[in-house]
Ligand binder design. Structure first.
Ligand code: SF4
Length: 210
């Protein structure tokens, strides 16, 4: 794939999904961290149905740190893996209170030092809370489409991210995850991609080999 193709792919996807943006609902930086933690192995739709009751009473790291863990587990139960997620949210909120004066840190390294926060979560928080696209959050859609299109041969999200960062122009990084998520939900659907209707099929390795 040529470097010049990258901008064309972004332009086409933007035309197809002008509404592409983060689908998780939150109001505060800490709620953003919690929403992304809850979204692991769960749909954004389910997270958004689950969080309003919790976010009504918890807005800051202190609120989450003070909430009884059993109560937290009950709130987040529908999102799956609730025990582990509740443990991480409690630990993470305490770490923010103790190590960062109660403020969600605004750099990748500090974010990734928090319990339950991996590279994908840190990338989402950096972009959605602080407006800084340092990398590209590689979730299941970004991973699948990158492999199918031939943008990356790698299987590990961190390595795929590095390939995508090298391929896409810096000023488009903020849009890549959203565009791939929308493309994955609407067209490049797992197990039944609508290749004939796909706006970027002329750039896709999988399509060329059909
Ligand atoms: S051509 Fe098919 S496999 Fe390739 S990106 Fe489009 S929908 Fe996905």
């Amino acid at each position: 794939m040529k470097k010049t193709d990258a901008r064309k792919i972004v332009e086409l996807l933007k035309k197809a999904y002008p509404e592409a943006s983060c689908s998780l609902d939150f109001e505060t930086p800490m709620q953003a961290v919690v929403a992304v933690i809850l979204s692991a192995q769960c749909t954004d739709e389910r997270v958004n149905k689950t969080t309003p009751a919790l976010f009504k009473i918890c807005k800051t790291p202190k609120d989450f740190a003070n909430l009884d863990i059993k109560e937290l587990e009950n709130f987040i139960h529908p999102c799956g893996f609730y025990k582990n997620k509740a443990k991480n949210i409690k630990l993470c909120s305490r770490q923010i209170l103790e190590n960062f004066n109660g403020n969600v840190p605004n750099n990748m390294e500090d974010l990734m030092s928090l319990s339950g926060v991996g590279r994908k979560t840190a990338n989402v928080v950096m972009l959605e809370v602080f407006g800084i696209a340092q990398g590209i959050a590689v979730d299941t859609h970004a991973k699948r489409i990158s492999n199918l299109m031939g943008l990356s041969k790698e299987k590990e999200p961190e390595k795929i991210e590095q390939d995508l960062i090298k391929f896409f122009p810096k000023d488009t990084l903020k849009d890549i995850n959203h565009l791939l998520v929308f493309h994955g939900r609407n067209t490049c659907i797992a197990r039944k991609p609508k290749c004939d209707k796909c706006i970027v099929n002329s750039f896709c390795k999988f399509y060329k080999n059909l």
